[in-house]
Design a protein around this ligand. Sequence first.
Ligand SMILES: CC(C)(COP(=O)(O)OP(=O)(O)OC[C@H]1O[C@@H](n2cnc3c(N)ncnc32)[C@H](O)[C@@H]1OP(=O)(O)O)[C@@H](O)C(=O)NCCC(=O)NCCS
Length: 149
Amino acid sequence: MPDPDLIIREAVIEDVDSIMDLEKGSIAHPWVRSEFESLINDSNKICLIIESEGKCVCYVGADIVLDESNIGNIVTAPECRGRGFGTKLMNALLDELKKRGAAKVFLEVEHDNAPALALYEHCGFEKYGRRRDYYGAGRDAVLLSKCID
Ligand SMILES: CC(C)(COP(=O)(O)OP(=O)(O)OC[C@H]1O[C@@H](n2cnc3c(N)ncnc32)[C@H](O)[C@@H]1OP(=O)(O)O)[C@@H](O)C(=O)NCCC(=O)NCCS
């Protein structure tokens, strides 16, 4: 059922605390505050969030260099996972990146992160490589990309 209370919007600096809360417990090496401030303030970067009942429940961050974009992270609050929020926000990000001139989008994900791999494949990303031990011994990165031009 669609959630009438869901708002998808660009993050503002006042959202940093709730975005950092989202990362805690979900990401092995959470970003520090200055990285989020740069994500929000830098015109070559973009941070989108889903707000539900006044709370940030999903965020995604990316940068754009010429016609290429790299997606840094996407996190959904644990209690909201599996409800399509990640897919919704990723599709909103891809639309926005296209508007801003990106033609190809890249990201990497740990090889055994099944929910993230499912999300990216669902959104049309394709595997093009693998970096051995990228996240530590035995923890490879799968490299994915998607053309959006
Ligand atoms: C990855 C993540 C953002 C997905 O967010 P979400 O809001 O649950 O995503 P969606 O509800 O849109 O589901 C996306 C896909 O993941 C699948 N999925 C959800 N939970 C899953 C699980 N536990 N195992 C396997 N697949 C799962 C869904 O079935 C869906 O695929 P489908 O529509 O083809 O069936 C979320 O699991 C998360 O925050 N994980 C921790 C942070 C993380 O690992 N981020 C990625 C770093 S690169």
